[in-house]
Design a protein around this ligand. Structure first.
Ligand SMILES: [Zn+2]
Ligand SMILES: [Zn+2]
Length: 335
């Protein structure tokens, strides 16, 4: 099978021919239909997350069709369409797993990081962490729901029920969260890279009541804010726009250092928290909710062999919505 692999952090991915994996006990072999590209993939490729598998097939927003079933796997049938998210395996018995917080499992293994992911024509996945997908979404539309959607949704839940919601960084996750927030009757204030008029128009089209650069303050104090951009300097900046009792959620897995800031910005029972990974329950809730709203997914498709181009476009903030790799296009391995 063709796959895009990371051999060493900091280097571009390379298109190679690999042996198609065989599903072990409890696993599914999936023919990959689409795999969305996440900001976390960039952190992995850049070596900002330690101890990744190497060589590695990245990608953790996988839509695939079941083509083979390992021993003792019984949840799905050949031909079923399933989604594979970031959470790939948990121990099931640590104190986090035992208390509904499997996202914090000490031994958790993640797709496209510890486990080969979806930048390939085939992948294997533990069936317990796979999900049926809402039929109203095409393969490329469904893929971004699996991380941008899920982590965005978990971030929104963690932000609390406040009506005035700020979103910093208007990428794949934000474009989904904005629609859920509007559905819940909230008002969204979207902060983009300063001067990024296209992103601001995009945010408005998805229901943001106010748009502006991340270097400006909102016109009124916000009840909550979510930071999806990996820039630590946004933490004090977002606190400046938050009302007393407000919640600031950092939704990314990696962020540059947060500069020191006056205690006064946090005083008044403001809080800062992070969102780490996802639970299977988040997946069930969000995948049930998304088609009912319905969340519309903006997608920029790339062929599998163009994964490096997709990562560059993401890094440069040139995407509107989510980049999604598809395995249909013709591309030959380089070795
Ligand atoms: Zn555990
Ligand atoms: Zn992700």
């Amino acid at each position: 099978m063709r796959a895009m692999i990371l051999e060493r952090p900091g280097q571009p991915l390379r298109l190679v021919e690999l042996t198609t994996p065989t599903p072990g006990p409890g696993q599914l072999l999936l023919k990959v239909r689409a795999c969305a590209v996440c900001r976390t993939d960039l952190h992995v490729v850049d070596g900002e997350l330690p101890n990744s598998k190497l060589p590695l097939v990245p990608g953790h927003e996988i839509v695939g069709t079941v083509v083979a079933i390992g021993a003792a796997a019984s949840r799905f049938q050949i031909g079923d369409r399933v989604g594979v998210p970031w959470l790939g395996w948990t121990c099931g018995h640590c104190r986090f797993c035992q208390s509904g917080r499997e996202n914090l499992c000490d031994q958790a293994r993640f797709t496209g990081y510890h486990i080969d992911g979806g930048y390939a024509e085939y992948t294997v996945a533990d069936e317990r962490y796979c999900f049926p997908l809402p039929p109203s979404y095409s393969d490329v539309e469904a893929a971004p729901l699996l991380c941008a959607g899920l982590i965005g949704y978990r971030s929104l839940v963690m932000a609390g029920a406040g009506e005035k919601l700020g979103i910093y960084g208007f990428g794949a996750a934000a474009h989904i969260v904005a629609q859920v927030a509007r559905h819940q009757g909230r008002r969204t204030f979207a902060f983009t890279r300063p001067g990024d008029i296209d992103a601001q128009k995009f945010a408005r089209s998805l229901g943001a009541v106010w748009v502006g650069g991340s270097d400006t303050l909102p016109p009124e104090e916000l009840d909550a804010a979510i930071i999806f951009a990996p820039a630590g300097s946004l933490v004090p900046q977002a606190l400046r726009g938050l009302s007393k009792g407000g919640m600031l959620v950092c939704g990314g897995i990696h962020m540059s250092d947060i500069p020191s800031f006056p205690y006064q910005l946090l005083w008044g029972e403001r809080a800062v928290r992070t969102v780490a990974n996802l639970t299977r329950r988040d997946s069930e809730e969000f995948l049930e909710l998304a088609p009912r709203i319905p969340v519309r997914v903006s997608v920029q498709p790339f062929a599998l062999c163009q994964a490096n181009d997709a990562l560059v476009a993401l890094r440069q903030g040139r995407l509107r919505g989510a980049a999604v790799l598809t395995t249909d296009a013709d591309s030959k391995p380089t070795g």
